[in-house]
Design a protein around this ligand. Structure first.
Ligand SMILES: *[C@@H]1O[C@H](CO)[C@@H](O)[C@H](O)[C@H]1NC(C)=O
Ligand SMILES: *[C@@H]1O[C@H](CO)[C@@H](O)[C@H](O)[C@H]1NC(C)=O
Ligand SMILES: *[C@@H]1O[C@H](CO)[C@@H](O)[C@H](O)[C@H]1NC(C)=O
Length: 460
């Protein structure tokens, strides 16, 4: 039944047009305008896919502009169009059933398969993958120019860049690159703010947080802690020496050491074990880092599914029904087909910190929100707090000295988290959530996003 819903709304129009600079774009959407999607050729032969959803709650009050959320998934190589949309915050889940807690309740949603090669995005030549966060930011800014410059309605909506995991490094670099494009008149956009959810902003701080955190919650003993800290120290030295690719390899080694010392803790939620799925640590040498990471990621989300209707498998959904609905995905393009290559191309940038970029955004007066799930390991709250303390921002001292305010959700009387805010920096500690905050705590995540985006329906 849910499935017929998507198919029947798939009366799509397809447009083909050329832009002034010679880049091609190819777009389509539903007849009622509630959804639009397309490709932008961000560089010759490099095609980036986007999917926009207009909120059914969108209001027209000019004093309270309706926000748009640009969701950026991690990886690098994780598909926002697939994972973020169908597993976390979009209008339908992987069984194509309506998601009650969709962030469309508060804002329009724009998913982008970023960087090129992710999800439905693709390159025609493997030289065209990006290797750094900054290169990815340039491509994404090109996409924003093509999607937003021709549409006055969308331009009036402040855009909030909301990221998860590695997406945080994209969010801060694209935030800076978008601001530059706005200042030079190339991009017509109001940047509302940046939100960094469980974001990989400082790899060094995260690897140093893993051992102590897991020791404190009894998941490691002293032996495990010593091994973990000594590898973290090695990673720090590699980072300091600019040996980023080596640091990426040590990072993988550290994950393996923690995996065996903890009897397989789940890196996305320390209350869980890695599942019983085929990827075992013994098979690691045959798998790229990306494959290990992605399978863990989808296994964790799979473990949260309880419904027995359909198979709910994201890969079959995206390469089957959704591909059919969208109509413009070239038949030889497999959703996720180039993801591993996307990850591998980042080997030299993966371990680079982006704390300076957060500082630049704060100095420019951009609102920056950081939120973190209590049970996350990979981007643990402990590591996030450590990089926050390294900010050079002149409001930091006051920010750190302030007390937190508890937050609740709906009629529930249990504490759901804490918030602290000073000037343009805000931090949410979300209790009872791991890495995937909107999945684990949908109620508080929804009210948080309403507040971050100053949605006209924030209080409803
Ligand atoms: C702007 O984009 C929205 C969403 O795709 C669409 O409904 C609207 O018709 C567009 N407006 C123009 C002028 O293209
Ligand atoms: C759906 O969400 C609304 C508001 O967010 C809430 O009041 C309602 O109880 C939810 N319904 C279900 C079935 O969870
Ligand atoms: C930034 O945050 C402050 C404080 O929460 C708020 O008053 C201001 O309107 C925000 N700006 C934007 C563009 O959201």
């Amino acid at each position: 039944m849910g499935k017929s819903l998507v198919v029947s709304s798939a009366l799509v129009f397809v447009l083909l047009f050329n832009f002034h600079c010679g880049l091609k774009a190819n777009a389509a959407g539903t007849e009622d305008g509630s959804e639009a999607w397309g490709y932008v050729e961000v560089r010759p032969k490099a095609h980036m896919f986007w999917w926009y959803y207009r909120s059914p709650y969108r209001s027209q009050d000019p004093t309270k502009p309706w926000p748009i959320i640009l969701w950026l998934q991690g990886g690098p190589g994780g598909s926002g169009v697939g994972i973020g949309n169908f597993e976390e915050i979009g209008p339908l889940d992987t069984y194509l059933k309506p998601r009650n807690s969709t962030w469309l309740r508060k804002a329009d949603l724009l998913f982008v398969d970023n960087p090129v090669g992710t999800g439905y995005s693709f390159v025609e030549n493997t030289d065209l993958f990006v290797k750094t966060d900054y290169e990815a930011a340039d491509d994404l800014t090109t996409l924003l120019i093509e999607v937003l410059n021709g549409n006055e309605t969308l331009q009036k909506s402040p855009l909030y860049i909301v990221a998860e995991s590695y997406g945080g490094k994209f969010a801060v670099t694209v935030g800076l690159s978008a601001l530059k494009a706005i200042e030079s008149g190339k991009l017509k956009l109001i940047l509302g703010g940046i939100a960094l959810g469980d974001s990989w902003i400082s790899p060094e701080d995260f690897v140093f947080s893993w051992g102590p955190l897991l020791k404190d919650v009894s998941r490691l003993d002293n032996n495990g802690l010593l091994k973990s800290n000594s590898l973290a120290e090695q990673i720090k030295q590699q980072i300091d020496a600019g040996k980023y690719a080596e640091a990426t390899n040590s990072w993988l080694e550290l994950e393996q050491v923690i995996g065996s010392s903890s009897n397989g803790v789940d890196f996305y939620n320390f209350l869980l074990d890695r599942g019983m799925d085929p990827v075992s640590l013994t098979a690691k040498s045959e798998l790229s880092i990306e494959e290990i990471g992605m399978r863990r990621y989808s296994r964790y989300l799979n473990s949260l599914r309880t419904s027995a209707v359909g198979d709910g498998d994201l890969d079959s959904l995206m390469n089957g029904e959704i591909k059919k609905k969208l109509k413009i995905i070239p038949s030889n393009v497999q959703w996720g087909g180039q993801s591993n290559l996307v990850f591998n191309a980042f080997q030299g940038d993966f371990m680079k910190p982006r704390i300076n970029e957060v500082d630049q955004l704060l100095a420019k007066g951009v609102n920056v929100t950081v939120y973190n799930g209590q049970f996350d390991v990979i981007c643990a709250t402990k590591g996030t707090e450590a990089w926050i303390e390294k900010l050079k921002w002149d409001g930091l001292k006051t920010f750190l000295s302030k007390d937190r305010t508890p937050i609740y959700c709906g009629d529930e009387i249990i504490t759901k988290g804490f918030i602290k805010s000073y000037r343009n920096l805000r931090f949410y500690w979300i209790l009872g959530a791991g890495h995937f905050v909107p999945v684990d705590q949908p109620c508080v995540a929804l009210s948080m996003i309403g507040s971050i985006t100053q949605s006209p329906v924030a209080t409803k």
